[in-house]
Design a protein around this ligand. Structure first.
Ligand SMILES: *Cc1c(COP(=O)(O)O)cnc(C)c1O
Length: 464
């Protein structure tokens, strides 16, 4: 066996052989050399374990195709595009919202050139980065003031740290949620120095529960969107107008973590209506926080709107600097919010809204087109069908609520369905979809028609 090691080609011989390949020549030399070394280590391991037992298997000409495949796979950037065929529109693990074209253009402009990020073009003096979106946010939501931070988690943090540090915050037991990624409202609260005062029972909380909890050290009343779960059956939550009334009586701010926070009314789309940010503001919440990249369909950001009295205090908190929004995000956010000045325009141009509101008959015809492309490209290597199914909004919005969709089913002839799913994680690009009733299902809701050929290509790669 040991004589085989001597037949391994040298690193330099491999590098010379790869010199004809344009894409390999463009790789940084140390990266390429490192990967070739790694590959040769794999071969040594294969010799030791007996997988390679013949001299001929180590000939440069025999190894080259494997080396190329190995290098191409390993040299890819780690952070890559993925085809999302899960039908989950706001998929946190796959980047949540896709930006509208207007927002993408604004990002490119913002990062390729200098800008008036914190420069007031009226005075020639230092300006504020919130100024670009504050008026828009106030116009859209009806709030008096607004600021934006890195994400909603930091929005909740800075809101509590500013308004309730070392003071009690009254929250219903039914709203002490964990939203995933180990973000739990009680834990976040204790990190801000606010003291959680929980009231009510898990399923029912009354006005008298909140009122009974108020004492001289109470700093705020808070409501939290239950996000990814839904309380059903014998339940009672105190309404915002009731909270407002209580807040007024004791001069306490009413804070609301809306989570996903929609600016758009999903009326008549088979979804149980959730209050929009506009409604929550109109009903008198003092400070409302929500995400930029959930149902709103913009970049990752935390948006805080509300009464000027409280927002001004938050703006002055030095923590703002630690959670500030960057210029590319700000550019994308402004461009997205501008689309909301016309709700019909938002519905058609903001991809997240467009995907959530896509009618079943469109999904059905998209599914048929996707099925046709798959049949054309894959022939009889797979059996392709179309059937009814459901998609989800995701991102903690509209939990447990189904959206009707049409699914494209793919049954490979010579491969198991779980194996197909697994192999699709390593194709170019990777394709993520789900198995339902033992068949592989692609949901066209989250797949752009321009991606159908790519999806077919990924499946072809997985089959071979
Ligand atoms: C999603 C969510 C958050 C966190 O928002 P990010 O934008 O992910 O930081 C906070 N609270 C609730 C209720 C949420 O649903």
């Amino acid at each position: 066996m040991s004589h085989l090691f001597r037949h391994l080609p040298s690193v330099d011989a491999v590098l010379t052989a790869l010199d004809d390949e344009q894409d390999m020549k463009e790789l940084p030399r140390p990266l390429l050399r490192g990967l070739v070394n790694e590959f040769l280590d794999v071969c040594r391991e294969e010799i030791r374990s007996g997988v390679i037992g013949e001299e001929s298997a180590l000939a440069l000409g025999t190894l080259i195709p494997r080396i190329k495949a190995y290098v191409r796979t390993k040299a890819r950037p780690h952070f890559r595009r993925v085809l999302n065929a899960t039908g989950v529109v706001v998929h946190t693990n796959m980047g949540r919202s896709l930006l509208a074209k207007e927002a993408v253009d604004a990002v490119v402009e913002a990062c390729a050139h200098y800008s008036n990020l914190e420069f007031d073009l009226d005075t020639g003096e230092r300006g504020s980065r919130y100024s670009h979106v504050e008026k828009l946010l106030c116009d859209i939501t009806g709030a008096e003031a607004a600021l934006v931070v890195n994400n909603n988690a930091s929005a909740v943090f800075i809101m509590l740290e500013t308004l309730a540090k070392e003071r009690e915050v009254v929250v219903s037991r039914g709203q002490l949620v964990e939203i995933g990624g180990s973000f739990r409202i009680p834990d976040v609260m204790s990190k801000t120095g606010a003291i959680l005062h929980e009231v009510g029972a898990t399923n029912r909380t009354h006005v008298k529960d909140y009122e009974g909890a108020i004492n001289e050290n109470t700093g705020a009343l808070m409501r939290v969107h239950t996000s990814n779960f839904r309380l059903i059956g014998f339940t009672k939550e105190v309404s915002l107008p009731e909270m407002r009334e209580l807040g007024d009586r004791y001069d306490l701010p009413v804070l609301e973590d809306l989570g996903s926070g929609s600016l758009f009314r999903f009326d008549g789309m088979g979804l149980i209506n959730e209050p929009t940010v506009q409604e929550v503001v109109a009903q008198g919440a003092d400070v409302v926080s929500f995400s930029g990249d959930k149902v709103l369909g913009g970049p990752q950001a935390g948006i805080i709107v509300g009464r000027k009295r409280w927002i001004d205090m938050i703006k002055k908190n030095p923590i703002n600097r630690a959670v500030r929004i960057d210029k590319m995000t700000l550019a994308a956010l402004e461009a997205t919010l501008r689309l909301y000045l016309d709700m019909d325009k938002a519905k058609s141009s903001v991809p997240t809204l467009n995907m959530i509101t896509m009618p079943y008959k469109n999904l059905r015809s998209r599914a048929n087109r996707l099925a046709k492309v798959l049949r054309e490209e894959l022939g009889d290597a797979v059996t392709v069908g179309v059937r009814k199914g459901v998609s989800r909004v995701g991102g903690g919005a509209f939990p447990e609520q189904d959206l009707d969709t049409a699914l494209v089913t793919v049954q490979p002839r010579e491969l198991s369905v779980p194996e197909l799913k697994k192999r699709l994680l390593d194709t170019e690009p990777p394709l993520v979809a789900r198995i339902e009733d033992d068949v592989f299902c692609l949901d066209p809701r989250t797949l752009d028609p321009k991606e159908y050929r790519l999806a077919a290509g990924a499946i072809r790669q997985a089959l071979t």
